[in-house]
Write a protein that binds this ligand. Structure first.
Ligand code: PEP
Ligand code: MG
Length: 943
């Protein structure tokens, strides 16, 4: 029989911390804490399997779930000596969701379950606190009515406001027993009117309703959006935790709160959190009341505070991670409601991992596994430009919930944020408090600003997780979402006005401020000394540990010296791809590139014909020579001008390319530099056909200069000649170098000239010439011959001490499956997984997003294969290429330079299939270093 229900209580639990798949994070935590002797209110967890069974059978649960739940409930009642719904001393429970990965606020929670017309009286007598009992009941009806019965919150709020007005009460707390009775009666009427049934009085029926509602909430739209944003699979399901209620709202000796064992925003080693006296948990997290810092608890309840410190420190040691905990103090007795590994910003993640290692809590390897590679990205976020920031007035200050500087136009709803962002505007979402429904707006906003809520409110938690700069609990804001206005610091702002927030200090500034690079970037770019930046030092320390364990080399894709410098600063040791064509777009180069293209076909033909005729001339006898000379003269007449244009343009480009390559070699300080010969279809360098046609027509209409019109018409003819129906599969890659070998020759010469010049300065160089888009070994063979010829011309027979390699990209499926043939000619391989995905999957790189999104939303594929390598398909091509290549050359150097080289999941794959290095954009180098180390650690753990 499947066990669906797991009990915890009385110092023992059925589950433990390793059962997150079955019990969800919260359930596993409760079980583990119970086993560890931490005071946890007892209860039971209904497993994620029950949730999945519920969906599999269209909203029904297997009979065993009910049976096991009833047995667990009976056990709980026995342990507590109370019965659910009892008239004299009722047991009350909370019912909460809890999936494997925490999804704050995304699913439903119900508190005070078991309240009914009879048990409310029992609770009143037992506690001697009528107000408390009645308030608990009215809260329960409201929550149950909304979550389980689907009645809009406003309908209850409306009644509450009406009673408050009638009794002239400003706050809920001012409502006495009588008034609360009135609220209860009105709430019950709302339920009856809306559902045509009275509010359910049967406690078990309540429990079943709540349980099923939690299961249903797994598939509510906001939970689905959250999972998509966080890459959480939809088939995990949620568990349901049914737990004895304890009350933080039983007077001033009671409290409820949340906290972290370290600061989740900065990582500082400080006990961190907040609490509310005489309140229920919901009040803290919903952000409705602004709570007090946890240090205040020491003053009001010193004993409970000490115990909380002791327990949470123990939990941090036990889990070897920062704990995010919830607690309730009921009449001076402390209960732990939840503990889990705390979410944190990228900044905090690095600080915590390094600190914990230095405190001896973690080994270096464990510390490396604690940081999500992607989180490193947050440290590269901009900060306000210090000069611009100086002297600017701060209009208000809130809590610094998620670091980073943000500037944008204010909007007041999530939908508006999305609408503005779609129009390309940078927006800042301003809300009273954010709710889970706002998540789509938060994800497109530059930052989030709220008027209420603490450091653990929704906006704060989600903001941190998204790496969104957020300022919360900024009480000075007067927001009128309906009127689309924000009053602050004596000014009234309207939707669209620009403001700035600093998520690291909590400051709000009423103007747009320029932002500048993060500290880490400043160090990497040489604008700040490493000693001046503690965070850079920790960042580098952690990545240094990563370098000690990783097997994969890390290179960068960089085309210009500036990017190469950044990449080197980030720890790249080599350039895996220099796309030479990017240099062709420079303003001073493009005219020569265009000339080269216009002359290429005829110019190349002229060169080829001349060469062939000259060879024949050498062997010509008698009258043949005169004949050949005549032909040569004809060729010269027909093609001479084109040859000249072609070679002149190439000659102009050669020194420019040489200068670029010299810069790259210098910045890489002797690490390999892979330079790819020209790759894109030539028409990319020319103006668009339609634009030219319009220009010509306009010139003609305005009687423009004849020579300009003629030149444009010539260009148009070239564009039309170069037109291809399928340029991505057309005249590009090595096909260009094969048909226009002079281009390859010029590029190869520039590479060797640059290498020689730099080597002469005493700087070691390692050029690697890479031929793109090879699908047939013969293509590589011919291009390689040209490269070797250029090397001989430039370096001489001795090679002048410049060691270089000639290799190929493997990015055409045929190249991958004939890699054994190709390896005979190649000194290295580099997988071009962008094209390999395009051609292997048959998906156009430029158009696929239109339907790939649909594929993802409808579950056909889990991830975009242009972001994460499709291991089963395209990955198999990579694997085959590696095996075949190395079957010919055992030590063949193999890397990857497609976008996947910077994606952690893909990096794991490349590690597993035995690549030597990954190459990615400079800013992803830190991510790649850490991901490569994690791949190694995960691999060795499973060996
Ligand atoms: C590739 O195809 O993966 C690659 C790196 O080349 P490009 O993106 O320039 O086509
Ligand atoms: Mg490519």
């Amino acid at each position: 029989m499947t066990q669906y229900v797991f009990f915890f209580g009385g110092g023992k639990a059925d589950g433990n911390k390793d059962m997150k798949d079955v019990l969800g994070g919260k359930g596993a935590g409760l079980a583990e804490m119970t086993n560890a002797g931490v005071p946890v209110p007892p209860g039971f967890t209904i497993s994620t399997q029950a949730c999945n069974a519920y969906y599999a059978s269209g909203g029904k649960l297997p009979g065993e779930v009910d049976q096991q739940m009833d047995a667990a409930l009976a056990k709980l009642e026995g342990l507590q000596g109370k019965k659910l719904g009892d008239a004299s001393d009722p047991l009350l429970v909370s019912v909460r969701s809890g999936s494997k990965f925490s999804m704050p606020g995304m699913m439903d929670t119900i508190l005070n379950l078991g309240m009914n017309d009879r048990s409310v009286e029992g609770l009143k007598t037992k506690t001697g606190n009528a107000r408390f009992a009645k308030d608990s009941y009215r809260r329960f009806i409201q929550m149950y009515g909304n979550v389980v019965l689907g009645i809009e919150k406003d309908k209850f709020e409306h009644e509450l406001s009406a009673v408050k007005a009638k009794h002239k009460a400003k706050t809920d707390v001012e409502l006495g027993e009588k008034a609360l009775d009135e609220v209860i009666a009105r709430y019950k009427a709302v339920v009856e009117k809306d559902t045509h049934h009275p509010f359910p009085q049967d406690a078990r029926q309540q429990l079943v309703g709540a349980r099923d509602a939690v299961f249903k909430s797994w598939m509510n739209p906001r939970a689905i959006t959250y999972r998509k944003l966080n890459d959480i699979p939809h088939d995990l399901g949620t568990a349901v935790n049914v737990q004895t209620m304890v009350f933080g709202n039983m007077g001033d000796s009671s409290a409820t709160g949340v906290g972290f064992t370290r600061n989740p925003s900065t990582g500082a080693r400080e006990f961190y959190g907040e609490f509310l006296q005489n309140a229920q948990g919901e009040d803290v997290v919903s952000g409705v009341r602004t709570p007090q810092p946890i240090s205040e608890l020491q003053k009001v309840m010193p004993k409970a505070y000490q115990q909380l410190r002791e327990i949470t420190t123990r939990l941090e040691r036990h889990y070897k991670d920062v704990q995010d905990f919830e607690f309730t103090i009921q009449e001076n007795t402390l209960y732990m409601l939840q503990t889990r590994n705390g979410k944190r910003t990228g900044l905090a993640a690095i600080n915590i991992a390094v600190d914990m290692c230095e405190e001896g809590l973690l080994t270096k390897k464990e510390a490396l596994m604690k940081v999500e590679p992607q989180a490193l990205d947050q440290l590269l976020h901009p900060i306000f430009d210090p000069k611009a920031r100086k002297g600017v007035e701060v209009a208000a200050k809130g809590l610094p919930a998620s670091p980073g500087a943000a500037t944008g136009a204010i909007v007041f709803t999530a939908d508006e944020a999305v609408a503005w962002a779609q129009k390309g505007k940078r927006v800042l979402l301003v809300r009273m408090e954010t709710v889970p429904d706002d998540i789509h707006g938060m994800s497109v906003a530059q930052g989030v600003l709220t008027a209420t809520g603490g450091m653990t409110s929704h906006a704060a938690v989600v903001g941190r997780q998204m790496g969104k700069p957020s300022v919360v609990g900024c009480g000075a804001l007067d927001i009128n979402a309906k009127a689309h206005t924000l009053k602050v610091g004596g000014k009234t702002l309207r939707e669209g006005d620009s403001i700035s927030i600093d998520g690291s200090t909590g400051e709000v500034i009423l103007k747009a401020l320029p932002t500048s690079a993060s500290e880490v970037i400043q160090v990497v770019e040489g604008r700040l000394q490493p000693e001046q930046s503690p965070i850079y030092q920790k960042f580098e320390k952690l990545l240094g540990w990563a370098d000690e364990v990783r097997r994969l080399g890390i290179r960068a894709n960089a085309d210009v010296p500036k990017d190469a410098k950044v990449a080197f600063g980030f720890g790249a040791r080599g350039i895996g791809l220099c796309r030479t064509e990017h240099m062709f777009f420079g303003a001073e180069r493009l005219p020569h590139v265009v000339k080269m293209i216009l002359a290429a076909a005829r110019g190349q033909r002229g060169i080829d014909l001349t060469r062939r005729l000259k060879e024949r001339l050498k062997e010509a006898k008698g009258g043949q020579a005169a004949e050949i000379k005549k032909e040569l003269a004809k060729v010269e007449k027909e093609y001479g001008k084109h040859v000249k244009d072609y070679t002149t343009a190439l000659k102009k480009l050669e020194p420019m390319q040489k200068a670029d390559f010299m810069g790259l070699f210098k910045e890489m300080h002797g690490s390999p530099v892979t330079i790819r010969t020209l790759d894109p279809p030539l028409h990319e360098f020319l103006p668009k056909r339609e634009e030219l046609m319009v220009e010509i027509a306009t010139l003609k209409a305005k009687r423009g200069s004849k020579s300009t019109i003629a030149a444009k018409e010539k260009l148009l003819r070239a564009v039309e000649e170069l037109h291809e129906f399928n340029p991505m599969l057309g005249h590009r890659g090595c096909r260009l170098g094969i048909t226009y070998p002079e281009i390859t020759r010029m590029q190869a010469r520039a590479i060797f000239e640059a290498a020689l010049a730099v080597a002469k300065k005493g700087i070691p160089v390692k050029p690697e010439v890479m031929i793109p888009l090879v699908g047939h070994v013969e293509e590589l063979k011919r291009q390689k011959a040209i490269v070797l010829e250029a090397a001989r011309e430039v370096l001489g027979a001795s090679g002048s001490g410049v060691d270089f390699l000639v290799g190929t990209m493997i990015e055409v499926p045929r190249g991958a499956v004939t890699a054994d043939e190709i390896a005979k000619e190649a000194e290295f391989f580099s997988f071009g997984t962008n094209d390999l995905t395009q051609m292997g999957f048959g998906l156009s790189r430029d158009d696929a997003s239109k339907f790939l999104l649909y594929y993802q939303e409808h579950g056909l594929i889990e991830r975009d294969p242009f972001i994460t390598i499709d291991a089963a398909g395209v990955g198999l091509l990579v694997k085959t290429g590696v095996q075949k290549g190395r079957s010919v050359k055992k030590d063949l150097k193999i890397g990857v330079c497609g976008e996947h080289g910077g994606d952690p999941a893909s990096i794991r794959f490349f590690h597993e299939v035995g690549l030597d290095y990954v190459s990615c954009s400079p800013y992803r180098v830190p991510i790649a270093r850490l991901a490569a180390a994690q791949a190694q650690l995960e691999g060795s753990a499973s060996d």
